[in-house]
Design a protein around this ligand. Structure first.
Ligand code: OGA
Ligand code: ZN
Ligand code: ZN
Length: 376
């Protein structure tokens, strides 16, 4: 939050709740019970761990406030009918108010389509230096779901340097890191020269990795351009043009499977999961690893059609950002939101070597918040 910390200006207790007005003119009610649960005093919340020591089970839900007054620095002083007293910082209360649904919801970042032009660009040296350079990257990933960290080294392991700056490498059945190169006995279409439909990675995992890093070490082939699509824009397009398909996609699990000598990963989840506000939580779309559909006989064609509608929306040129990877580039993308793919390439025309790894989305968000501490 920017600007001065809001101070409580007035407080009126009505027993079951307290109405607070801040100096900015905002007003919100708080339940007496909610205030009692969140009392910041050291008897209720451990001084160093910050965790709750109050036993909320023994706080009566109908606990009442007997007195609510404004402290000298714009705090709210509360006395409850169990005899306990607590003091709340005005800014903390303002930040945690829940009276109006508009107080609670932070609007999702706007979606994008082809007009984005190219992924937001950062440079490797700035980002791995930490601080503001890293923070800018993480803010972009949070807002856009996609970024390129450019001008980095082309050595093996560079992608891990970036992963370590953001959080921790999250291993998968493909290893801690994996090379995307053309292999004679490829066990994934990624390891051929075929085009890859714009997709999300690892939908055959119960919870696919949230952040994908893909480092371009060499790229001298003809073709092989990268594609990126914002799943949020896809959901908006389906909501407009094919709401029935969107409904099916959020309800019917699509089975995904990846098998090789050492792995047999299977997961069936809706291609699109929305949150309570109707915003995208996760998209799982990778037609090359769809297992045979197992849905009720009389719904199969409906599910198949809905999945096709999703594919068409993903491939709509109005939604696709195209980008040619340069050696030293690392793509960072939100694998729960942004889909990625590549055109086919001619493997005899040069070399194309990528190294990839994943990072847990919560680690990225945590690092982003830590870097934002103290910043305006
Ligand atoms: C992948 C992948 C993209 C590329 O390996 O999952 O999407 O450009 N690769 O090769
Ligand atoms: Zn307390
Ligand atoms: Zn992929």
């Amino acid at each position: 939050m920017s600007g001065p910390t809001p101070r409580v200006q007035a407080a009126t207790s009505r027993g079951g709740d307290v109405r607070v007005t801040w100096d900015a003119g905002v007003t919100a009610r708080f339940h007496a019970c909610w205030l009692r649960d969140n009392c910041p005093c050291p008897d209720c919340r451990h001084a160093t761990t910050g965790e709750l020591v109050l036993d909320q089970l023994h706080v009566p839900v109908d606990v009442a406030v007997v007195e609510a007054t404004v402290g000298p620095d714009g705090e709210l002083d509360v006395r409850w009918d169990d005899g306990h007293r607590g003091r709340f910082c005005g800014g903390w209360l303002h930040a945690h108010r829940y009276d109006d649904p508009a107080d609670r919801t932070t609007a999702p970042a706007p979606s994008w389509g082809a007009e984005l032009g190219a992924p937001p660009r950062f440079t490797f040296a700035d980002v791995v230096a930490g601080g503001q350079g890293l923070r800018s990257l993480l803010e972009a990933v949070a807002a856009v779901g996609l970024a390129v960290v450019a001008e980095g080294p082309t050595a093996r392991g560079t992608v891990v340097e970036l992963a370590d700056a953001i959080g921790f490498v999250l291993p998968s059945n493909f290893g801690a890191t994996y090379d995307v190169v053309t292999l004679p006995d490829a066990r994934s279409n990624a390891y051929t020269a075929l085009g890859l439909v714009t997709h999300t990675d690892l939908p055959h995992h119960a919870w696919p990795p949230g952040v994908q890093l893909l480092h371009c070490r060499e790229n001298s082939v003809t073709g092989g351009e990268s594609t990126f699509v914002d799943g949020r824009r896809v959901v908006e397009a389906l909501r407009d043009r094919a709401p029935d398909a969107l409904d099916v996609l959020t309800r019917e699990p699509i089975p995904y499977r990846y098998v090789d000598e050492g792995a047999d990963h299977r997961y069936a989840g809706p291609a699109i999961e929305l949150d309570g506000a109707g915003d995208l939580r996760i998209i799982r779309y990778a037609p090359n690893v769809v297992a045979p559909l197992q849905v009720a006989f009389d719904r199969l064609l409906q599910v198949r059609r809905a999945y096709q509608a999703l594919g068409r929306a993903v491939d709509d040129p109005a939604h696709v950002v195209r980008y040619r990877l340069q050696p030293g580039d690392i793509i960072v993308n939100d694998n729960h939101r942004v889909l990625h793919g590549r055109d086919a390439f001619d493997p005899t025309s040069g070399r194309r070597v990528l190294e990839g790894c994943y990072v847990d989305r919560s680690e990225l968000d945590s690092k982003r918040r830590v870097l934002a501490r103290g910043a305006a």
